[in-house]
Write a protein of this length. Structure first.
Length: 764
């Protein structure tokens, strides 16, 4: 049996009170023997021992047995001690076995199991002592005159000291909050809020307390080290079914994140692309020894055994709707504030729902608003909101998204559904990439200011996009979609990839290391996977091997293209504006800027932009890279725009914007067909757009099925509604509706001209 240093204090003159954290006889005997065997030659004149099960009764410690020992000499030194049980395996990556689930927590064994361990493998038991304190020091940290409450405080402090000592052996990942409900109840802010709700609703405080008890049980996570291990092992198992087990992350950024989480109230907002996201974030933090992250999700995901295990590993399940429940809102706010105050990171999906089209979706503000309010109420300023960008080589969910966007019905979550989902992961899917952005700092948390909250969320979105790297899959699909319906030879594809990579690196746009020479094995393996999934086709029976996307794969490929599309949006707008300016007879610079800003306005519901002036600076910076004198020459030389576009490689506008332009063209066409005295509702617009989109694709008036999608049509409706074109009007309204339809038709024509311009020079 291994032991820690002696638990006896160096000061042998003062009385000593040992709090023995033991839940059964083998632990009591082991700790008692440790005290006896290490007793100093001149022990304290007065020594007391009190057995107080803490580790196994964190939420319901019976502190009454402490009371008789707290009235003595204020110089009495209180020393807590405990047995730490190892699992017989590498403690840094514990893997609970099925029999552990049946027998119970291997790290908190029952009496018979503990006795058997001591007989067969005694080295699995380690005695530890927590930091000691005198009764006088404990009373100085305590405010109140209730001795029972003081005994509870001492017991809590003993448990905290032992947890800290235990974590020094097991790791920081096992730092968890204890007795949260009891601590919240005792806070004056909670009692005051409860009284206020009673006054506002007429409900008695007693009745509110009863309801609060049920809410605590439903809402508050109860993390346990054993279930953290279970969830971590389950996460690794699920991830490794299809993905490489090692998540790719920048270690330096990870250490910066660790310091931020340790010292500041923090929330981690991650992009949501697949059901695997939460597993990946939890696994990454656990494997790197972060404190338990409290993952916030909808109560719809708390099904079966998954919900049970998730709550015991930090999961917080929030009701979908609780706007009228003042008590629930108050408890949620106070709970989140408590976790921030104690430096437990909160984490959830920034977008609230999975992105069905690949790009970052508009944020959901609900949870962020409650967290901001909680931080303000708890007095925590400088709240850190840390963007976490997740990306994948391949995603199992994408084909389901394509069906949904085409008008299919989303399958509801259930245990049976989840089992089927996990089974579907048994296929090569490549790597998972996690990137950490710079924190957005809330120095003055806004109060009831939704506009300020939206600005904060916008900053998070911009930073998330900035650190999302271009992957092999996103780059290959971007290039092939831009070339479609034409296939590219191996040489042509390679040249285009080099152009894109050179362009990206010159602008400090991140790319994964799969493009480096020492990572080419993974690159080649991924190419085979893309081919086996039917995403990228190749033909090698001719004189050259060529690569292409089958038409039915365009919606799937578009998803992967969209994961990094934000890096290309400004350049795409610049190309289209330059083409538009080149068609003009005069005032070409003015027309260039008008076209660029019009594109920014047309697609404002799709992308996260910099503010207008910063956007203009980005356009100028892009143009300056090709010719610093472009603004003067554009106005002076009628042929300049066309000449410059030939040097603008890679040309990205069609590859980046085609489905958005075509989808909005469908919506505008639906609108232009309406009589002036007829309104267009969102639901009607979606139904008509799906039908017209399918017809237009069959007629090849739109070029790809990727342009037929519910989210694109919904955002198209938001645009036309914002332009005040959906409500009935007069003949002037009809003209405006038709003008918008023509505008998108012209945009589609310009994209086709850019596609032809982008063809390789040696094309047939």
């Amino acid at each position: 049996m291994s032991t820690a240093p002696t638990p006896w204090p160096a000061d042998t003159a003062a009385p000593v009170l040992f709090i023995i954290d033991a839940s059964h006889r083998p632990e009591r005997q082991l700790l008692g023997q440790w005290l006896d065997s290490t007793r100093p030659e001149q022990p304290p004149a007065t020594t007391h021992r009190v057995v107080l099960p803490i580790a196994t009764r964190q939420e319901a410690i019976d502190e009454i047995s402490l009371l008789p020992f707290l009235q003595g000499d204020p110089d009495t030194i209180v020393v807590p001690i405990r047995v730490v049980w190892g699992d017989g395996r590498d403690g840094s990556r514990p893997t609970p076995r099925l029999r552990d689930l049946l027998r119970g927590n291997v790290r908190r064994p029952g009496a018979s199991r503990a006795a058997r361990i001591l007989r067969k493998t005694p080295d699995r038991a380690t005695n530890i002592a927590g930091a000691s304190a005198t009764l006088a020091a404990l009373r100085a940290r305590w405010s109140g005159d209730d001795e029972t409450a003081f005994a509870r405080f001492v017991a809590n402090q003993a448990g905290l000291a032992l947890d800290i000592a235990e974590r020094q052996q097991r790791g920081g990942r096992y730092k968890v909050p204890r007795r949260v409900a009891q601590n919240l109840r005792r806070r004056s802010a909670f009692q005051e809020a409860l009284t206020q709700i009673a006054e506002d609703t007429g409900e008695s405080v007693e009745a509110l307390n009863e309801r609060a008890e049920e809410i605590f049980k439903e809402l508050i996570a109860i993390p346990r080290t054993f279930w953290q291990d279970v969830m971590a092992a389950f996460n690794r198992k699920v991830i490794s079914m299809g993905y490489e087990p090692e998540i790719v992350i920048d270690k330096q950024r990870l250490e910066t994140l660790r310091e931020t989480v340790r010292t500041r109230p923090s929330v981690l907002l991650w992009t949501h692309k697949t059901h695997i996201d939460g597993f990946a974030v939890y696994s990454m933090l656990f494997e790197n020894d972060f404190p338990v992250p409290h993952l916030l999700g909808g109560v719809n995901m708390a099904f079966g055994g998954l919900g049970y295990a998730a709550r015991r590993s930090g999961g917080i399940f929030i009701r979908r709707s609780f706007q009228d429940d003042l008590l629930y809102k108050m408890i949620l706010r106070q709970y989140l504030g408590y976790l921030l105050e104690k430096r437990f990171p909160l984490t959830w999906a920034f977008e609230g729902t999975r992105s069905r089209v690949g790009k970052l979706m508009p944020p959901r503000y609900g949870i962020l608003k409650y967290v901001a309010e909680a931080a303000r109420a708890s007095g925590d300023d400088n709240l850190r909101i840390i963007p976490i960008a997740l990306n994948y080589d391949l995603i199992r969910d994408v084909r389901d998204y394509v069906k949904e966007q085409g008008g299919g019905v989303k399958q509801p979550e259930s245990l049976r559904w989840f089992i089927g989902y996990v089974r579907g992961l048994r296929q090569p899917l490549g790597k998972i990439y996690i990137d950490v952005g710079e924190p957005v700092i809330l120095r003055d948390v806004p109060e009831e200011d939704d506009l300020a909250l939206k600005k904060i969320a916008f900053q998070v979105g911009v930073e998330t996009n900035r650190v999302t790297p271009i992957t092999v899959t996103s780059l290959v699909t971007t290039i092939l979609l831009g070339a479609a319906p034409r296939a590219l030879t191996r040489l042509e594809l390679g040249k285009e990839m080099l152009r894109y990579l050179s362009w990206a690196r010159a602008r400090d746009i991140p790319v994964t290391d799969d493009f480096e020479r020492d990572q080419m094995d993974h690159f080649n393996d991924l190419a085979q996977v893309l081919n086996s999934h039917g995403l990228v086709q190749h033909f090698d029976d001719g004189p050259d091997t060529v690569y292409a996307l089958a038409p039915e794969q365009h919606p799937v490929a578009s998803y992967y293209r969209n994961t990094t599309i934000h890096h290309f949006v400004v350049k795409a707008f610049t190309e289209l504006a330059l083409l538009r300016a080149g068609d003009a007879e005069s005032n070409r610079l003015e027309i260039f800027w008008s076209a660029a800003e019009r594109l920014r306005d047309l697609f404002k519901f799709e992308f996260f932009y910099a503010p207008r002036e910063a956007f203009r600076d980005e356009v100028v910076a892009e143009m300056d890279r090709y010719d610093a004198a472009w603004q003067t020459r554009l106005d002076e030389d009628p042929a300049y725009a066309a000449d410059l576009l030939r040097r603008f490689r890679p040309l990205v506008a069609r590859a980046a914007l085609l489905p958005f332009v075509e989808a909005y063209r469908v919506v505008a066409n639906v609108l232009s067909r309406l009589p002036a005295d007829e309104d267009l509702t969102a639901a009607d617009c979606l139904e008509r757009s799906l039908a017209l989109g399918r017809q237009a694709y069959l007629q090849r008036r739109i070029s790809t099925e990727a342009s037929i999608g519910k989210l694109f049509f919904e955002n198209g409706y938001r645009l036309v509604d914002n332009l005040e074109l959906t409500q009935a009007g007069d003949a002037e309204l009809t003209a405006r509706r038709e003008a918008l339809s023509r505008e998108f038709r012209q945009l589609a024509n310009r994209l086709e001209r850019l596609r032809v311009l982008a063809l390789p020079e040696d094309a047939w």
